[in-house]
Design a protein around this ligand. Sequence first.
Ligand code: ADP
Length: 485
Amino acid sequence: MSIQLKDSGLLKTQAYIDGQWVAGDNGATFDVHNPATGELLATVASVGAAETKRAIEAAEKAMVAWQALPAKSRSDILERWYNLMLESQEDLAVLMTAEQGKPLFESRGEVGYGASFLKWFAEEGKRVYGDVLPSTADRRSIVIKQPVGVVAAITPWNFPNAMITRKVAPALAVGCAIVLKPAAETPLSALALAELGERAGLPAGLFSVLTSADAPAVGGEMTSNTTVKKVTFTGSTGVGKLLMKQCADTVKRTSMELGGNAPVIVFDDADLDKAVAGALVSKYRNSGQTCICANRILVQDGIYDAFVEKFTAAVNEFRIGNGLDDSTTHGPVITEKAVADIHAKVESAVAEGATVVTGGRVSDKGSHFYEPTVLTNVTDEMRLFKEEIFGPVAPIFKFSSEAEAISMANDTEFGLASYIYTNDLGRVWRVSEGVDYGMVGVNETAISSEVIPFGGVKESGQGREGSKYGLDDYLETKYICMGGL
Ligand code: ADP
């Protein structure tokens, strides 16, 4: 095995079901590769519908005692898990960079971010309150909150750690059990989390990890099994819609964190250096592979040329390469297919008149690398305007008025993150209220943390993750009427 960890016990290749490390159905496996080098990292157990069913049954059993515990006892285990994650931060980061490609400094950051959800919900889980409602002479009306039941989670490869803890921590904190299918590209980070959960004292069955190359089989069981009361998903809008349809048959609750098409709107009165710096981080973090990455940079005509010049100069300083090398600022793209998809969008824009200011081709570093790209002369008719790019390509659009900027920002079926750069206080309010997005960053693009409600509107999804609101997704509201008093 080519990954060197200080704690080799974190490198797991079997699925984790009901507290046991198990092989896949009939010994089925799938391979995990390093996207930067193509090297085979591990061969991992591939489970199917039968094991998924077994994990769900184990979850139901385990939940009985778990939800009866005082919240403080659940919290203590989550807190231990948090500490163990931080103690293993370097190993978890190396594992993540090896299977996902992002530079090591980004992986370290994600492990810290991922751990923060365990700590946050260890605290928030102790603060689940009910209500006493206005009552009449002969009756009292009360509301209590209870865990929603067994939860099934499906997560993507772009944040192999944090997208898991963001769902697992609130579910466990309020007394649910959860079964998880991580992305087949990045199962090792998920399995390492399960190992640390076990070391933290998490009882068997409460958190199972169903590694699989057959997502429809696992997803099919998760969405049809009547024991599962809630499905929480982060991934593409297409798969999210499919899962919602599948959940309709048993009327499951769903939380969906789907695609985005984030605008960064830069007004003439903005601080240019801050706007350039914010747009760069938002666009190119994780090589453009996050759902809140700047997808469309909209710049007012008065500072358009200056913005493009500064932005491009900074992009030309990037050093793309293997994320495990300290000098790398930007890593590979997850698959060759993703590289081809990104390039197809650039080519179609160029065919329709876009200008490549820098980049615009597959890198000579290898078939998984795409050159950081800047495009101008782009229009709202192009695929780059309408679709999520999910790669290191920045189309910079021009607008004239505030109303035009809001209209361009909203001209999409997506509504996850948006960003505005301006120093006009009135404009901050008007634009923040005018854009149809779940999140607005004002003079800031690093908007994510465990403290804030992360989520989208329109076809970007439903539900919120993190913050005090993040508990609601895992709680049912029960009304109790006490009559005849
Ligand atoms: P991405 O484009 O980021 O890979 P996907 O939506 O395809 O986004 O993948 C996100 C997660 O959804 C992954 O864990 C993937 O395995 C899973 N997935 C993909 N197709 C299905 C499906 N038909 N049923 C259940 N899960 C699926």
